[in-house]
Design a protein around this ligand. Sequence first.
Ligand code: HEC
Ligand code: HEC
Length: 249
Amino acid sequence: MKRFQYVWASAVLTLLLSGCSSSPHGQPQKDSEAIAPSQVLDFTTLYAENCAGCHGAQGRGGPAIAMADPVYLAIVDEPSMRKVIANGTRGTSMPAFAQSAGGMLTDKQVDAIASGIFSRWARKGILDGSNPPSYVARTMGNPANGEIVYGTYCASCHGTGGQGSPKGSAITNDSFLALVSDQGLRTIVIAGRPELGAPDWRGNVPGKSMTDQEITDVISWLASRRVQNPGQPYSASNYEQHLESRHVD
Ligand code: HEC
Ligand code: HEC
């Protein structure tokens, strides 16, 4: 008898609560009914609907880098970020979102996303005293030096020649390099992927930060490993690699 009363009481309570807040059965709500998709300026909604699938819920990272990474946000500037969101990154899966570039969002919405990312997730002063590298490469890289840099800072996790190891995935295979931009690589080397255990530019070798030039060089070496026809295992340069890897066994 007691239990029965309790069930009734909670059913009534549920009805009361749902009556005045959300509508669980899909009836349109007065306030959301009035907002057209192009009028939505709420950051949380815009981010969840357009970005979370790749950059993770609440900016925590997914297939693509975390947006809620204060180290990343201390290195990238807002205009550069806005430009990527508006125009996308050619040759990668980062889409163009601005209507002017064929996307679905208005300029105001692109602004709301870019400024929202900074206002929510940036942390002032987080890199004070650490002389951070430039977001964009300022010089031409030297791939031959980059290979040496790779050996010093990266091989311990990504293996000899970037072929991968239990501590880090392969990063010189053509299918990976075909889908990432040079800036995308640079961003990962500078900011790391903290959510996956990848160190930022200060943490590859304990106590030894990478210099700006070393970062530029290692990216130019990675870029030099791109092949012309990715996915074709018997293109000339790949065929040699393929033979070499068989000799190792
Ligand atoms: C389909 C997957 C996908 C979606 C959806 C997506 N991104 Fe990306 N985004 C990527 C990938 C992949 C990259 C890395 C591209 C590269 O190699 O440079 C990227 C790069 C970026 C960068 C540049 C990072 C850097 O190197 O500085 C920013 C900023 C960014 N995305 C923001 C957003 C925002 C904001 C949204 C939502 C409006 C969004 N992205 C939606 C996949 C996606
Ligand atoms: C302490 C280990 C460690 C070191 C040192 C390290 N990384 Fe990583 N790196 C990781 C981990 C872990 C990930 C994320 C998971 C994965 O891809 O293996 C990662 C991810 C990456 C990615 C993205 C791979 C992908 O599939 O999206 C790139 C590119 C990369 N690292 C480049 C480098 C370069 C270049 C260096 C040297 C400058 C370096 N890393 C040094 C551990 C390391």
